[in-house]
Design a protein around this ligand. Structure first.
Ligand code: MN3
Length: 203
């Protein structure tokens, strides 16, 4: 098997009460697990099995017709969720500091304005998808949303933070209240990790 689901660096319970343990368990083991299983099924035995998840997400459109859709959806699912688990941690939340905070201030009108824009983008995504803070090729921050498991990476933007707005990410605890889930998600964002990603992407 070429692709595997990475272990969490915290327990399933660690993000309570904001993100409940049962959601984390099903989301990580079953949903992410299924993306990885389906990605392996599609790509095992092909030359693409040795590509990294980021290469698959960046270049899925260049793959053969027979595996293209599987690579897009399951490669995206694998890449996006790996990034998601690393974006959260217990005892975090708040807002970023350092150069990321300055960039948000300069380009997005400050943290509260950015938070509002990202929330609006997440609420506005009809059906399943993601809301993102990403970095464009011009090194400017972008707030955007993608459907399904599509990633800004396929459009040559580097995803810094992604919020999963598929119902499986929140339905057990928040049911139809996506706005409440988003408010809770902001309490578990590991801004140190996002800032690290930003600094790497800028260098
Ligand atoms: Mn998900």
């Amino acid at each position: 098997m070429s692709f595997t689901v990475p272990d969490l660096r915290y327990s399933f319970e660690a993000l309570e009460p904001h993100i409940d343990a049962e959601t984390m368990r099903i989301h990580h083991d079953k949903h992410h697990g299924a993306y990885v299983a389906n990605l392996n099924k599609a790509l095992d035995g092909t030359e693409y099995a040795s590509w990294g998840p980021d290469a698959i997400v960046r270049d899925w459109s260049k793959l053969p017709e027979a595996v293209k859709t599987a690579a897009r959806n399951n490669g995206g699912g694998h890449y996006n969720h790996t990034l998601l688990w690393e974006s959260m941690a217990p005892g975090t939340g708040g807002s970023p500091s350092g150069s990321l905070a300055s960039a948000i201030e300069r380009e997005l009108g400050g943290f509260e304005s950015f938070k509002g824009e990202l929330t609006k983008s997440a609420l506005g995504r009809f059906g399943s998808g993601w809301a993102w803070l990403s970095l464009g090729m011009d090194k400017k921050l972008v707030v955007e949303s993608t459907p399904n498991q599509d990633s800004p990476l396929s459009e040559n933007r580097i995803p810094l933070l992604g919020i999963d707005v598929w119902e499986h990410a929140y339905y057990l605890k928040y049911q139809n209240r996506r706005a409440d889930y988003l408010e809770a998600f902001f309490k578990v964002i590991d801004w140190k990790e996002i800032a690290k990603r930003f600094e790497k992407a800028m260098s």
